[in-house]
Write a protein that binds this ligand. Structure first.
Ligand SMILES: [Fe+2]
Length: 323
C-alpha cells in the first residue's frame, strides 16, 4: 500500500484554537514516502513547534487514515465548545468555522467522490453559518476580511457558500431550510473541478479552445458526483448544474434563458462571479466590492439585474458597518 493511502492530510489551521490534547498522532510529510511522527496522542501538541511549522510555510499535517473518525469527532467537539462559550469572540467563532470549512473543502477536492460524511459535515457547517449570521449582523464584514486570505480554491467555495446564504436571505423569499440548501449549493458549486487539471480550472484567460471546453464540463461532472451521493437534495444538484447559465441564453451547459434558470442557481452564479472579482487572481488585482457591483450591473445579459441590485445594497451596508 502506498503511503498516500496510509496517511490523510489535515489542515494545520485546524489546531489553532484547540487545547493541547489530541486523540490521534500527527505526522509531517518529509517526502513522498517519508512521514515524521511529530505529535503524539500521549504527550499532546506543542504550540511553539506547531507555530514554527506554520512559520516555515507548512499548511498540512498528516494523520493515519484509520484515525480519520477520531479526527472528525475531535474537530466537531472543538468547534462545539468554542461556539458554546459566550466569552469567545465572534471573530474567533468565525475563524473556527472557516478552519472547519477549509478542511471540508480540502477533502472534497482531494477525493473524486463525495462521501456521505463530508456532505453531513458540510450541512452542519452551513447551518452554523446561517445561525451565526442571524445572530450577528456584522458577521459578513468579518467573513469578508478573513476569506480574502488562504488557498483560493477552497476559500472561493467557502465565500460563495456564505455569500449565497446572505443573498438568498436578503431576497426574503426563502425559509431557513431552503437558505441552507442554497448555501450548500454555493459551497459545492465547483466540485466538478476536482476532476479537472489544476491549470485548466485555475486559469481565467488565455485558455485554448479545447481547454475551455474541458473547463465547461465541471457543471456536469459536479452533477454526476452529487448523483452518486445519497441524501443530497435535488435543488443542490440543480444549482451545481446550472450555476453558469445566463439570463441572455449564452451560458452553459444548456444555454437556458432567464425564466428557465433555477432561481437559486442564479444567486450562486452571481456571487460566484462577485467572489472572483473581489479576489486577487494571477494577472490581475482584486476589485473593491463597489467596483465589482458596477461591473456586474453592466452585464444584464449575464446576471439577473434585480439580484445584482440586491447584492449591491447588502454589501454596501456591510462595508459601512465595517468602517
Ligand atoms: Fe463554476
Amino acid at each position: 500500500m502506498s503511503n498516500n493511502k496510509v496517511y490523510t492530510a489535515v489542515s494545520i489551521h485546524s489546531f489553532r484554537n484547540v487545547t493541547r490534547d489530541i486523540t490521534f498522532d500527527l505526522y509531517l510529510k518529509i517526502s513522498d514516502d517519508n512521514y515524521a511522527h511529530v505529535f503524539s496522542r500521549t504527550t499532546g501538541l506543542d504550540y511553539k513547534r506547531l507555530a514554527s511549522y506554520s512559520g516555515k510555510g507548512v499548511t498540512e499535517l498528516f494523520i493515519r487514515a484509520e484515525d480519520k473518525g477520531l479526527y472528525d469527532i475531535f474537530i466537531s467537539r472543538t468547534a462545539e465548545s468554542i461556539f458554546a462559550d459566550a466569552s469567545t469572540s465572534q471573530e474567533k467563532k468565525i475563524a473556527t468555522l472557516l478552519n472547519m470549512t477549509e478542511q471540508n473543502m480540502a477533502e472534497i477536492f482531494s477525493q473524486f467522490d463525495l462521501g456521505q460524511e463530508t456532505v453531513d459535515s458540510s450541512q452542519k457547517v452551513i447551518h452554523n453559518y446561517v445561525t451565526l449570521m442571524t445572530q450577528e449582523p456584522k458577521t459578513l464584514a468579518t467573513i469578508l476580511r478573513l476569506v480574502s486570505h488562504g488557498e483560493y480554491l477552497y476559500y472561493h467555495s467557502i465565500a460563495v457558500g456564505i455569500f449565497s446564504i446572505i443573498l438568498a436571505k436578503a431576497t426574503g423569499q426563502f425559509d431557513q431550510k431552503t437558505i441552507e440548501m442554497v448555501g450548500l449549493g454555493g459551497f459545492f458549486h465547483d466540485i466538478g473541478n476536482s476532476h479537472l487539471p489544476r491549470e485548466v480550472y485555475e486559469k481565467e484567460q488565455g485558455l485554448l479552445v479545447e481547454q475551455l471546453d474541458l473547463k465547461k464540463t465541471h457543471c456536469k461532472l459536479g452533477l454526476q458526483m452529487l448523483e452518486n451521493t445519497p441524501n443530497v437534495p435535488d435543488e443542490v444538484r440543480w444549482i451545481v448544474y446550472q450555476h453558469h447559465e445566463e439570463p441572455g441564453g449564452r451560458g452553459y451547459p444548456n444555454q437556458l434563458t432567464a425564466s428557465a434558470i433555477y432561481y437559486p442557481a442564479k444567486i450562486v452564479g452571481l456571487v460566484d462571479e462577485f467572489s472572483c472579482l473581489i479576489s486577487q487572481r494571477p494577472g490581475r488585482s482584486a476589485l473593491t466590492a463597489d467596483k465589482a457591483i458596477e461591473f456586474l450591473r453592466s452585464r444584464p445579459d449575464q446576471f439577473d439585474a434585480d439580484l445584482v441590485k440586491l447584492l449591491g445594497s447588502v454589501f454596501l451596508r456591510a462595508m459601512s458597518q465595517a468602517a
